[in-house]
Structure formats: structure tokens, C-alpha cells
Design a protein around this ligand. Structure first.
Ligand code: TYD
Length: 171
């Protein structure tokens, strides 16, 4: 089974994932925990660029960096683990790209869907949990030390939230 957790920055996703990991550990479930971006050695380099690069990253370049990370992640880690019969628990996946690069940055949602399909060989999660929270509350939780995406405007984060709600409604 392939399980993904999604939500805006500050939505409480990580806290809930940790609770599920504790449960899996306690019950000896055969699983791996991984994350998008940064689930592989190459992905960790891409994650560093995506979250910490101080120059301007154009939206299309940002999209392809997330997709490059995902393509490597799916082939190197997710598909092999699923083939071994493991549960894969993944922090963010294709819906993040639709919400952030699509709904919030304004890139074309249908093109993103197509590109996600190429990057993942059409691998979709069996279940996705979406954590939804008021944008003001989420942004307060982020505090002062913010990465490149977390430093975006409130308007951007509101679009991410609305995007996620629309994706959930469509699924
Ligand atoms: P995350 O790992 O949740 O960050 P943190 O460790 O700070 O909780 O996600 C990294 C950031 O990347 C987050 O702001 C969402 C963003 N993101 C996208 O914009 N597009 C994507 O396709 C993915 C997977 C993440």
C-alpha cells in the first residue's frame, strides 16, 4: 500500500505522520517512510536547491526540479519498496505539485498532471490524507525561520489551501 500525506505548510502533517510511524513501529508493520522532495541521495541535493536557493527560481524551473526529484524517488525507492511488499508512507507527492506549482504559482494544472504521470509512471497513492487548516493559523505556526516556500505570501498559501480542497473534491 502506498500512503501519502498532504497539506499546506504548518498544517500539522508531520505531527500526524509521526503518530502513524509510532503506530507502525509498535505493531511491527513492514514499511518505509520517505519524503518528496528529498527521498533519495540525489533528491536531497534537489531539495536543498528548492528550499534554500537564494536567487530567483522561475516557476517552470521549480516545477521541473520537483518533478526531477519525484522521478528519481519513484524509480529508486518507492517502486522497489512496493515490489518488496512494503507499505510506503510518503510525506507529500503529486498533489503538492498541483497545489503549489499549479493552483498557487499558476502553472497549467492539466500539463502538471501529464508531467506527474511521466515522472511517476502513473503510480498513484492508494490513499491520501489531506490536512486542512486556516491559513492564518498555519502561518503563525511556521514562526520566523522559514524556507523559500514557507516565505511566500499569505495569498500564495491561501491558494495552496484552496487548491488542495479542490483536488480533494475532485477525488
Ligand atoms: P516539506 O517537506 O513539507 O517541508 P518541511 O520539511 O519544511 O515541512 O515540503 C517542502 C516544500 O516544498 C513545501 O513548502 C511544499 C513544497 N513542494 C512544492 O512546492 N511542490 C511539490 O511538488 C512538493 C513535493 C513540495
Amino acid at each position: 500500500m502506498f500512503i501519502t500525506f498532504e497539506g499546506a505548510d504548518g498544517s500539522g502533517k508531520s505531527t500526524q505522520m509521526n503518530l502513524l510511524k509510532n503506530y507502525f513501529d509498535k505493531h511491527n508493520v513492514n514499511y518505509i517512510f520517505t519524503r518528496d522532495p528529498g527521498g533519495t541521495e540525489l533528491g536531497a541535493l534537489l531539495r536543498n536547491i528548492l528550499l534554500n536557493y537564494e536567487g530567483n527560481i522561475f516557476p517552470t524551473c521549480e516545477l521541473f526540479l520537483y518533478l526531477a526529484d519525484r522521478a528519481q524517488h519513484v524509480d529508486e525507492k518507492i517502486i522497489p519498496a512496493l515490489k518488496e511488499g512494503k507499505i510506503v508512507l510518503c510525506d507529500r507527492y503529486i498533489d503538492s505539485t498541483a497545489a503549489y506549482q499549479g493552483y498557487a504559482r499558476g502553472l497549467d494544472i492539466n500539463q502538471i498532471k501529464l508531467l506527474n504521470d511521466i515522472a511517476t509512471h502513473f503510480l498513484c497513492p492508494d490513499v491520501t490524507f489531506l490536512f486542512d487548516i486556516d491559513t492564518d493559523v498555519a502561518m503563525k505556526r511556521l514562526g520566523g525561520n522559514r524556507d523559500r516556500l514557507e516565505s511566500e505570501t499569505k495569498e500564495f498559501h491561501q491558494k495552496v489551501r484552496q487548491g488542495y480542497l479542490e483536488i480533494a473534491a475532485n477525488n
